[in-house]
Structures are given as structure tokens and as C-alpha cells.
Write a protein that binds this ligand. Structure first.
Ligand code: PLP
Length: 459
């Protein structure tokens, strides 16, 4: 990217390079884009260049950028009461908890607020450990739960490796993923049954009475947007019940409408013991996360102090933003819009691209939450970038999107399309047109180019 031309843009860039230490990055290898303004599904860089934001940043601006009602609610709360310690009751916090509990599965009526997703995960596991008196945890290899110490250890993907000292009690397993099956399955039903068998074997061989919790992204997000087959999560629930393990569904990314339902668990008819959330709860306008707690776990701490807390738990600015976000989402029916746009615009549009572009191996997703699994060869399904890394082919494809005014979320060999839930049909069409051009770059890196076999039907 060329450095910004405007004085303010250049100053922001230079000060960033001089003083800001960025997450997940080799500091001198990065070239951050200066973003100055944003509205809805669009952001503008320091020189006024416009981009469609189909990344929702880190998949969190569920109501779009700068929603006027959320901005006004933050301003009003700031003018009234910027902050108050967690021990006090506060209107914004109480109302946010009520709105969240109202949308959670029945019987999950209490909310512990945190400042983000990883803290939610840490606290959910702490609750499970104290509730069960056990220590070990189960989580997916293809899963991400945050970057604090325990959350990183629960994370299954390569981001765990640098922080894993082997003493966290975290045990990982494979979930169902037919396209890259670990179980040599050829149907969803086979994949589902074998994945459940594998989970149970893991528990039996690791010592069933050691497990406090199983944490699972209801629909794994960063690791590939893999909606599980219908029977999988009910099967996990049943195994957890049988072995006395607390089931935690991590909805930090999938929650608050992303999949076309308030919580993704609704698609599968499961009620976990704990749900972790963050991101979409207030579109990330002010940092907020939390744990939604079942009655049974709540009762463990009814007369015994919960040994955990955070200075900013239930911060009024963040909670006021959550109240306004959830209220506006309901009034403007943005969750319904996400469901419709996924079924009527994104899926058919992406399937149309798959018919033309041999680099698309599989399309997965629902709502405003889709992944393109890019491959070198449709037959072998060899990914366009290696596990844990990137490749020139993926970098060039993403750059081609950006040059044409489209921001996407990428991970290894995948492109994820996760726009705000109130994205318009027209914006989706523009994204599809840009992607259509950009994918020719990826196609050029495939082994047999346009003569690849037809795509198999996808979910
Ligand atoms: N859990 C899931 C499923 C996530 O996607 C993320 C972040 O992307 C986290 C937890 C961690 O959240 P945070 O970055 O707010 O700590």
C-alpha cells in the first residue's frame, strides 16, 4: 500500500509505525491501512478511497459502522455516567443483561460481563471448574477461543503453539468437517456419527472424571465456518450430560445475529450450560463480552462467592451500546435480513462464482457468515495456502479484492465473507462482482485451470 497522501493520514501512519505494537504481527513486516471514517458497510481510508467492508473488521460490526442510534446511546451515557464499578447496579448494565438473557435459550437468565471474548472464555471455564470440582477441558483443533493464556491453550489452531506449555489441562479433538474429513467419511451422517465416537473415545482415554468443560464454537468461525451436521451438537450435549461435563458454546463470533439467528445454538436445538459472547453484542463500538449462565451453574454461586471479577465488568458505556445495538437490531429486523441475504443472495451468488472459478473448492456458511475454501486442485483439495500460513496466491487474490475496493477476512487458504447484518443486496452484488474478477488471480494458481471438475453440492 502506498503511504497516505493527506497530512493527517501520513501522521497517523508514521506515529503508528513509530509507537504502536500490533497484534499477531512481525512489527516491521506490516503496512497498516489508515482508516478515517466509516458508515454502514463502507469504510474510507485516509485519502478518501472507499472500501466495502465484508470483514466487519474482525467479524464484529454486526449492525454496521456508525449506527446513529448506537452512537447517540454512547454519547448520552457518556454525558450521564461514564463509569461505575461492577459492585453497583446500573440501568445500562441491568437492561443489557435483560435483553441478552431474553434472547438466550430458556433457563439462561444471568450474565457475567467481561471486556471481550477471551475473558469470557476464561471465566466460563473457571465457572465450570468450580461447579464440577474438575480440571481438564475439551476443545476443537479447528477452533479459536482467544489469546489470553488459558483461552490460547483452549484454541486448537496453530495460534496456540507459541503459548502452550502443556499444563493447562486442555485436550483437543476433531469436530465434523466432511470436506476435509479426519474420519474417512463420505456422507454428513457418517461424519457426524464418527466425530461423536471420536469425542467419546477421547474422553474415555483421557479419564472421564477429569473433565470440567467442553468448549465449542457453535459454528467454528476463524477456522473455516463449518456448520456442524444437524445431529452433532445434540450428540455432544448428550455426551456431556453422560459424563457430567459442562457444555460451553462459544458464540463470540457466531452470536448476535451473524448466522441469521440471535444465537447459533437456535439452529441446532441445543441448550448449553454456558454461552460466551462478545463482538456483535454491541458491534464492538465499546469493548464488551460476557458469559450467559444456566440456572444450575448460577446456583453453585448463589451462596458461595464467585472468585473472579474485572474492573470494567459491565462498563456502562459498553452496556449502553449493547442496549442500543440489540434494540435497533430488533426494530430494524437485521437478524432476519442476515438470514435472508445468506439464503437468497450470498449462497446463490457464491455458488455462481464457484461454477466459474476452479480455485473454489467449497462454499460453507449461512446468514452473513460464509467461507470460500480455496484450493490448488479440486480433485485433491490441496489448499491454496498451507495450514498456519499464507501463500503468494492468497495474498495476491486478497490484494486484488482490495485494489477493487473490497475488504475480506482471510485465514490460511480461505476467504471469509462476513458483512454487517444490515448489508444491502446491492452491496452484496458489488462484492460478488469484485470477487469474480479477483478470483481469476487465484484460478491462475490452480493445477488445471478452467478444466477442473464440477463442484460437489455444498451445504
Ligand atoms: N472466541 C471466538 C469464537 C472468537 O472468534 C474470538 C475472537 O475472534 C474470541 C473467542 C476471542 O475474543 P477477543 O478477541 O475479544 O478476546
Amino acid at each position: 500500500m502506498p503511504a497516505p497522501q493527506s497530512d493527517t493520514g501520513r501522521r497517523a501512519y508514521e506515529l503508528d509505525r513509530a509507537h504502536v505494537f500490533h497484534s499477531w504481527s512481525a512489527q516491521q513486516e506490516i503496512d497498516p491501512m489508515v482508516i478515517t471514517t466509516a458508515q454502514g458497510s463502507t469504510v474510507w481510508d485516509a485519502d478518501g478511497t472507499e472500501y466495502l467492508d465484508f470483514s466487519s473488521q474482525l467479524v464484529y460490526t454486526n449492525i454496521g459502522h456508525q449506527h446513529p442510534k448506537v452512537v447517540a446511546a454512547i454519547q448520552e451515557q457518556a454525558a450521564t455516567l461514564c463509569t461505575i464499578a461492577p459492585a453497583h447496579a446500573n440501568e445500562a448494565r441491568s437492561e443489557a443483561a435483560r435483553l441478552i438473557a431474553e434472547r438466550a435459550p430458556e433457563g439462561m437468565d444471568h450474565v457475567f460481563f467481561t471486556s471481550g471474548g477471551a475473558e469470557a472464555v476464561e471465566n466460563a471455564v473457571r465457572m465450570a471448574r468450580l461447579h464440577t470440582g474438575r480440571y481438564k477441558t475439551l476443545s476443537l483443533y479447528r477452533g479459536y477461543h482467544g489469546a489470553t493464556q488459558l483461552a490460547a491453550n483452549l484454541t486448537g489452531d496453530h495460534r496456540r503453539w507459541a503459548s502452550d506449555y502443556g499444563n493447562s489441562g486442555a485436550v483437543h479433538f476433531f469436530g465434523p468437517f466432511l470436506y476435509r474429513s479426519e474420519f474417512h467419511a463420505s456422507t454428513e451422517a457418517e461424519e457426524c456419527g464418527r466425530a461423536l465416537q471420536h469425542l467419546e473415545q477421547m474422553i474415555r482415554f483421557e479419564g472421564p472424571e477429569a473433565f470440567a468443560a467442553l468448549i465449542i464454537e457453535t459454528i467454528p468461525g476463524t477456522s473455516g465456518i463449518m456448520p456442524p451436521p444437524p445431529g452433532y451438537l445434540p450428540g455432544v450435549r448428550e455426551i456431556c450430560d453422560r459424563y457430567g461435563i459442562v457444555m460451553i458454546c462459544d458464540e463470540v463470533m457466531a452470536g448476535f445475529g451473524r448466522t441469521g439467528a440471535w444465537f447459533a445454538v437456535e439452529h441446532y436445538g441445543v441448550v448449553p450450560d454456558l454461552i460466551t459472547f462478545a463482538k456483535g453484542v454491541n458491534s464492538g463500538y465499546v469493548p464488551l463480552g460476557g458469559v450467559i449462565i444456566s440456572q444450575e451453574i448460577y446456583e453453585t454461586f448463589a451462596h458461595r462467592p464467585y472468585p473472579g471479577g474485572l474492573t470494567y465488568s459491565g462498563h456502562p458505556l459498553a452496556c449502553a451500546a449493547a442496549v442500543a445495538t440489540i434494540t435497533a437490531m430488533a426494530e430494524e429486523r437485521v437478524v432476519e435480513n442476515a438470514a435472508r441475504i445468506g439464503a437468497e443472495v450470498l449462497r446463490p451468488g457464491l455458488e455462481g462464482l464457484a461454477a466459474k472459478h476452479p480455485s473454489i473448492g467449497e462454499i460453507r456458511g449461512l446468514g452473513a457468515f460464509f467461507a470460500l475454501d480455496l484450493v490448488i486442485d479440486r480433485e485433491t483439495r490441496e489448499p491454496l495456502a498451507p495450514y498456519g500460513g499464507s501463500s503468494d496466491a492468497v495474498r495476491a487474490t486478497v490484494a486484488a479484492c482490495r485494489e477493487r475496493g473490497l475488504l475480506v477476512f482471510t485465514n490460511y487458504h480461505r476467504i471469509h465473507l462476513a458483512p454487517p447484518l444490515n448489508v444491502t443486496d446491492k452491496e452484496c452484488q458489488r462484492m460478488l462482482d469484485i470477487l469474480d474478477e479477483a478470483l481469476t488471480v487465484a484460478d491462475a494458481h490452480t493445477t488445471t485451470g478452467a478444466s477442473q471438475p464440477e463442484l460437489e453440492p455444498t451445504r
